[in-house]
Write a new protein. Structure first.
Length: 331
């Protein structure tokens, strides 16, 4: 950010007869030079350009100072540098590195800074599917959701034989009275509970959610969209879905079985599972004590809940008994 210093505040003693001088006439100074590497990456994958294409700009061009791509690049780089609050951009709009990355060193109008301030960026973030009088930039939500998968597909020169999609939900702590805040007992704080879907190091989905929901809420819709988009490009790829016990839900497992998606979910500890594993766990404990280091053991068996899993064939009737699913346990 641009430095503002008063040289009269500094008086240094002489050293061996020489004056020690603090000079502040070097022009605009920035501490964000590392962002140039982010700009080089963006030029290769075209992230800001492709993300900006997910918005429709209904503003009048003759009155428009900052393009959508400039606004997107400014906000993305700001977040990457740790400036999460929009108010930070009242100073960042003068930063020479951000201006360089956005390709806009000089404003068109004399009363404007090279980049946008917090109010203009706020209107971008409050964009909606249909523009109105005060929000002339509208977002194509379907295009935004599809973009991470498009980038993932473009990162591969040839289709892989198999991909592993990892589901996860984690806390996003809140420290004020934000809209939709709820207390989450597991994380012991007020938070949001976003849903993430990764394939290796590639982020395919990041969905902000309230925390008064089940961890798997919305997972079927997100996975259905992502798998459909991937199979359209790679029809023969094998898909494995992986998640912890928060995603071991009947509806999600049934969807996987109906759509040729393999899955590996954790199961919450319970008395019936512990009884099936008692002998194996005791054997592993003896071997670990004898060897003086942790021991890994695997066990396969058929397992079913008492009444929450559907019967074979997809029927929800309980008279035929619940559906048995293979269970692979790592100890």
């Amino acid at each position: 950010m641009q430095t503002e210093c008063n040289p009269e505040l500094f008086e240094f003693p002489r050293v061996e007869g020489h004056r020690v001088v603090a000079s502040f006439d070097g022009g605009s100074i920035t501490s964000e030079a590392g962002a140039l590497l982010l700009g080089a990456t963006d030029r290769v994958i075209g992230l800001s350009r492709r993300f900006a294409a997910c918005f429709h700009d209904a503003r009048r061009p003759e009155y428009t100072e900052h393009t959508v791509q400039t606004l997107v690049m400014q906000r993305v780089i700001g977040i990457a540098l740790g400036y999460e609050d929009l108010v930070d951009h009242d100073q960042l709009r003068h930063d020479p590195v951000l201006a360089t990355l956005c390709g806009k060193l000089t404003p068109r109008r004399s009363d404007c800074a090279p980049l946008a301030g917090k109010s203009t960026l706020n209107r971008l973030e409050l964009s909606r599917p249909e523009p109105d009088r005060y929000h002339r930039i509208s977002a194509d939500l379907a295009a935004i959701a599809a973009l991470p998968v498009e980038l993932f597909l473009a990162a591969h020169s040839t289709p892989p034989a198999q991909i592993v999609l990892d589901l996860d939900a984690t806390d996003d702590p809140l420290h004020g009275h934000q809209e939709g805040r709820f207390f989450h007992g597991y994380y012991d704080c007020y938070c949001y509970l976003p849903l993430y879907i990764f394939c290796g190091r590639h982020l395919l989905c990041a969905k902000l959610r309230q925390s008064n929901i089940d961890a798997s809420a919305g997972a079927i819709d997100a996975i259905s969209r992502i798998v459909g988009q991937i199979r359209k490009a790679w029809p023969n790829v094998r898909v494995l879905l992986r998640g912890d016990s928060g995603f071991a839900r009947e509806a999600l497992m049934a969807w996987c079985e109906a759509n040729r998606v393999d899955y590996l979910f954790g199961l919450a500890r319970n008395e019936r599972l512990l009884a099936r594993l008692e002998a194996t766990m005791a054997r592993a404990a003896r071997q670990s004590k004898r060897r003086g280091k942790p021991v890994r053991r695997f066990k396969d068996f058929q397992y079913s809940t008492l009444d929450s899993w559907a019967v074979s064939g997809g029927s929800l009737a309980r008279r035929s008994g619940p559906k048995m699913r293979p269970t692979h346990v790592l100890l």
